[in-house]
Design a protein around this ligand. Structure first.
Ligand SMILES: Nc1ncnc2c1ncn2[C@@H]1O[C@H](COP(=O)(O)OP(=O)(O)OP(=O)(O)O)[C@@H](O)[C@H]1O
Ligand SMILES: [Mg+2]
Length: 241
C-alpha cells in the first residue's frame, strides 16, 4: 500500500509541479497513473521513492514514512525509473548480482530467480555482455529484472512498457496481474491508454500537478454518462482544464 497525504512539490517559483496530492494505492490492485507530459507523474513517483523530498505532506509505503525511515521504506518497493540508461559499464549479470546484494537475496534464491527471469525475458544469452551494448528495450528489461530479483511487495514503475517488444510487454503485464492478485501493490505510469484500460483495476489522472480523477474506468463512464473509450474521456478531461 502507498499512502500519499497532501503532498506538494515546486522546483522553482513557476508554480507547483505537484499540488496537494491525496491518493491511496491499495494492496491487491494495479493502479495506472495517467496524465499529459509535464503533469507531475515522474515528480510524484520520485517523491514516493525518496529521490525527491516533498515540500509538504507525507508519503508512507506499507505504513512506513519515506522521509522518517527511508531505509525501511525503501526495502518495501522496487522501482523502475523512466530512463533505463544506468550502470552501463556493468555486465547484465553483474547488475543483477549487485541488486541481489543490496537487497540481501541469498545465493540459492538469487540463482533461481535470475535463471527464471532471464529465461522469461529472453536475456540469458546476453547476461555476460555490458549493459552499454544493450538496446533500449534490453536495458529496460534488465532494470525490470533487477527489481524483480529482490521480489519487493510494492512495484513502482515509470512508463515501464516503453521500448519493450510485444512479448516482453505482455509478460510484464501478466506478472503485474499475478503480483496484484497475490495481494501486493502495482503502481505504474503510462501514456498508453489502451494498456491502462485493459490492465488497471483503477486509474489516477493527474494534470498540472492535481488529481482530476481516481477510480475505475467503469465508474468514470458512469459519471460522465458516456460509453467513450478511456482515450476520448482522457482527452476531454485534460483539455477542459
Ligand atoms: N528537474 C526539474 N527542474 C525543474 N522543473 C522540473 C524538473 N523536473 C520536472 N520539472 C517540471 O515539473 C513538472 C512536472 O514534470 P514531471 O516530469 O513530473 O511530468 P510527467 O508527468 O512525468 O511528464 P512526462 O509524461 O513527460 O514524463 C513539469 O512542469 C516540468 O517542467
Ligand atoms: Mg515522466
Amino acid at each position: 500500500m502507498i499512502e500519499i497525504n497532501n503532498v506538494s512539490k515546486s522546483y522553482n517559483t513557476k508554480g507547483k509541479a505537484v499540488d496537494s496530492l491525496n491518493i491511496t494505492i491499495p494492496n491487491g490492485e494495479i493502479i495506472g497513473f495517467l496524465g499529459p507530459n509535464g503533469a507531475g507523474k515522474t515528480t510524484t513517483i520520485k517523491m514516493i521513492t525518496g529521490i525527491l523530498s516533498a515540500d509538504e505532506g507525507s508519503i508512507k509505503i506499507n505504513g512506513i514514512d519515506i522521509n522518517e525511515k527511508p531505509l525501511e521504506a525503501k526495502k518495501q518497493f522496487g522501482f523502475v525509473p523512466d530512463n533505463p540508461d544506468m550502470f552501463l559499464r556493468l555486465k547484465g549479470i553483474e547488475y543483477l548480482n549487485f541488486m541481489a546484494d543490496i537487497y540481501n537475496v541469498s545465493g540459492e534464491l538469487r540463482k533461481q530467480r535470475i535463471d527464471e527471469l532471464s529465461g522469461r525475458f529472453e536475456m540469458t544469452d546476453v547476461l555476460g555482455d555490458q549493459i552499454s551494448s544493450y538496446s533500449h528495450g534490453m536495458r529496460q528489461k534488465i532494470v525490470i529484472m533487477g527489481v524483480l530479483v529482490h521480489s519487493p511487495s510494492v512495484w513502482i514503475l515509470d512508463e515501464p512498457m516503453t521500448g519493450l517488444d510485444p512479448k516482453s510487454s505482455f509478460l510484464l503485464k501478466e506478472m503485474m496481474r499475478e503480483h496484484a492478485n497475490s495481494g501486493k501493490t502495482v503502481f505504474f505510469s503510462t501514456h498508453v491508454l489502451e494498456v491502462a484500460e485493459k490492465v488497471c483495476d483503477r486509474i489516477a489522472i493527474i494534470n498540472k500537478g492535481k488529481i482530476l480523477y481516481y477510480g475505475t474506468v467503469h465508474e468514470m463512464r458512469n459519471n460522465l454518462k458516456t460509453d467513450e473509450s478511456l482515450e476520448k474521456m482522457f482527452l476531454e478531461m485534460t483539455e477542459n482544464e
